[in-house]
Design a protein around this ligand. Structure first.
Ligand code: G3P
Length: 217
């Protein structure tokens, strides 16, 4: 499973990229607003820090303008993935950009039928929002399972990018289902490292080692 970081906070991205575990970055208009930065500047900076795909989202709602925005965003760096919403205009734009060789991430997916359409439109990534489905009383992970099954049945190349991740269990359960990517808030990636028994075990090892009076270096 690939890990993308779901943020436009460049300091967080740099810090986590140093672990070597970051395969890409996703942003959205809300995350860019939270960063307080100029959209184009922050996207270019992120694309320079991470080798993998960096999703930059369009904001137009009509196909013609969305396509222009997508073409402009794609020129910002070689590793830009254009993000479009799962609407009729979004899928038309996805098809046009994909036919042009530009990677597209179709976002705001909440049903398996929508995911099927995105794959047919040539999306490089589909972003089902698990947390937002959980929020309204549906099991977001059921959607991931459905999409993985459907894409597997037809050998679609579209990668399942689990979005709106709220905690480590979303990542672990989606990984069991074979989802290709999880885009995680920085906090969740850090939570994945942690286990109290790791901390407790390390404390004990270090105490015992100190008692030997030896050093390795
Ligand atoms: O970037 C899309 C998605 O990951 C947003 O997550 O937490 O705003 O539902 P959230």
């Amino acid at each position: 499973m690939k890990f993308f970081i779901d943020t436009a906070d460049i300091d967080e991205i740099k810090d986590l990229a140093a672990t070597g575990l970051v395969d890409g970055v996703t942003t959205n208009p809300s995350l860019v607003a939270q960063s307080g930065r100029d959209f184009f500047e922050v996207i270019k900076e992120i694309a320079g820090v991470v080798d993998g795909p960096v999703s930059a989202e369009t904001v137009a709602t009509d196909h013609e303008t969305m396509l222009k925005e997508g073409l402009k965003l794609a020129k910002l760096a070689d590793n830009i993935t254009v993000k479009v919403p799962l609407t009729v205009d979004g899928l038309k734009t996805c098809k046009a950009l994909s036919d042009d060789g530009i990677k597209v991430n179709v976002t705001l997916c909440f049903s398996a039928g929508q995911a099927l359409l995105a794959a047919k439109a040539g999306a490089a990534f589909i972003s089902p929002f698990v947390g937002r489905l959980d929020d309204i009383g549906f099991d977001g992970l059921d959607l991931i399972a459905e999409i993985c099954t459907i894409y597997g049945n037809y050998d679609f190349d579209t990668e399942v990018l689990v979005a709106s991740v709220r905690g480590p269990l979303h990542v672990i359960d989606a990984a069991k289902m074979g989802a290709d990517v999880a885009t995680v808030p920085p906090k969740v990636l850090r939570q994945l490292y942690n286990h109290p028994l790791t901390d407790k075990g390390l404390d004990a090892f270090l105490k015992d080692w100190a008692a030997t009076g030896q050093t390795i270096l």
